[in-house]
Design a protein around this ligand. Structure first.
Ligand code: GLU
Ligand code: MG
Length: 446
């Protein structure tokens, strides 16, 4: 259930949290947002300022809506350059003491105008609007984002040598992984799995599904926590789409299930693999919009060095049951509640609020249109003459995004224009660069 609180209610919430924060030894609260390039930007306040901050927010420069992965800026019709200010307001529903950053608590934040209305460029606000549209139809979505990362030593080299999924690699970093697990759990997150992934130095953690905005918040909290634990072990973390040229990259797979009246619509229905009609239409809507959605879920030039065949990244625009080369993998699991769809083509550079909100908007449009799913792809799509590749560059994804009336409408003019401007500017930024240069320039940015 989405709650919209007034400033006074938020201040009361902050005051109610004060005693607990003091007990937890919290001295400051760090809160921020994820920009259109996929970078987290933050401010912090001492706990004594929290009530005032919750009510009125702190200043935030609007030009960060146009920031690129290299910290330079672009612009669009709605940008005001150095002029103007926004209010960055922590959402204390998710106030969390940070286990690996003693003395600090974290919260996601919403951005408002100085007059107190939601900032039209606020990515979390967009995800919230999309989630509200789902609720209005009497539907519910449960979502979760898998986090993959490469852990490196101080010199920036992968900090493991053991093989993919290898116990050797697990033992090499046993204390580190225990501390990751401990910190996530201490922060109230339900870890489902933690394992060595395939690429050198790569690990992955997945957490329990929840409502969609919460899932995006959680994805950010997990990432910050993994990074903070890593720092305490003298390690660095990369969430870049590609760490090592040619190797598998860091996915940010979005899992999602659709529910009505407490029933998972991905199970027990008359459609393929038990899909109920609404779930089928939802997935068909997302699949139809997938090239444009890539501008949200695969936001960088490097994203398209990851999104290639035979990389388990879902480079083909198709769906398939347990098919790890299909962009949309249908997972039936072993229990009714587990059935879900996995958007494999999204990577860890994505702003999760944009990715989640975009998928919800496209899925709802699919339901409205009663759009049937195309036939399932069985086996590796690479072997099929009819297989359709998803966009192969950021420019191609931006072209699809630019043509998407659906996403233009869902995001709203200001956010849509800002995202498009950032995508175009990043494509220009790296135009003519060798793959190794792109990878080198983005490896530590996300
Ligand atoms: N690391 C792969 C990616 O880039 C995904 C591997 C997997 O989880 O199947 O998305
Ligand atoms: Mg994985």
């Amino acid at each position: 259930m989405i709650v919209n609180r007034s400033g006074a209610e938020r201040a009361a919430q902050a005051r109610a949290a004060e005693a607990q924060l003091a007990d937890d030894g919290i001295e400051g609260v760090v809160f921020g947002w994820v920009d259109n390039a996929g970078l987290t930007r933050v401010k912090s306040v001492p706990v004594g300022q929290l009530a005032h901050t919750a009510e009125f927010g702190v200043g935030a420069v609007p030009c960060f809506d146009y920031a690129l992965v290299d910290d330079s800026f672009t612009s669009a019709a709605s940008s005001t350059g150095p002029v103007g200010d926004l209010r960055l307001v922590p959402d204390l529903d998710r106030l969390t003491p940070l286990a690996a950053q003693p003395g600090w608590a974290w919260a996601p934040a919403d951005r408002y105008t100085q007059a107190g209305s939601p900032h039209p460029g606020c990515q979390r606000g967009f995800a919230r609007r999309a989630a509200e549209a789902v609720e209005r139809r009497g539907l519910a979505v449960r979502a979760g984002i898998e986090i993959e990362w490469v852990v490196a030593d101080a010199a920036g080299d992968p900090a493991t040598t053991g093989p993919g999924f290898g116990m050797t690699r697990f033992i090499e970093r046993s204390d580190y992984l225990r501390d990751v697990l401990r910190a996530l759990t201490a922060q109230g997150l339900t870890v489902s799995q933690l394992h060595p992934e395939y690429a050198v130095g790569q690990f992955e953690v997945s957490v329990a599904a929840e409502e969609p905005v919460g899932a995006a918040d959680t994805a950010m909290l997990v990432r910050h926590t993994v990074r903070a634990v890593s720092a305490r072990h003298g390690l660095r973390v990369s969430y870049a789409p590609v760490f090592t040229e040619g190797a598998l990259g860091n996915g940010g797979h979005l899992h999602l299930s659709l529910w009505r009246a407490g029933r998972n619509l991905g199970h027990g229905g008359s459609g393929p693999h038990g899909l109920h009609p609404e779930a089928e239409y939802f997935l068909a809507g997302a699949l139809a919009e997938l090239p444009a959605l890539l501008a949200l879920g695969a936001p960088g030039v490097a994203s398209y060095l990851r999104l290639v065949p035979a990389h388990f990244a879902g480079a083909y625009r198709c769906w398939g049951h347990e098919n790890r080369e299909a962009a949309l993998r249908l997972v039936t699991g072993s229990a009714a509640g587990q059935a879900n769809a996995e958007f494999k083509c999204f990577d860890a550079a994505a702003n999760p609020y944009l990715a989640v909100g975009g998928v919800l908007a496209a899925g709802l449009a699919g339901i409205d249109a009663g759009l049937p799913l195309p036939p399932e792809t069985r086996g590796d799509p690479a072997a099929l003459a009819t297989a359709e590749r998803l966009p192969m560059s950021l420019s191609e994804a931006a072209d699809a995004f630019e043509k998407s009336a659906l996403l233009r409408q869902a995001l709203g003019r200001e956010l849509y224009e800002a995202v498009l401007a950032v995508r175009r500017a990043e494509a220009d930024l790296f135009a003519g660069c060798a793959d190794a240069e792109v990878i080198g320039a983005t490896r530590w940015q996300y």
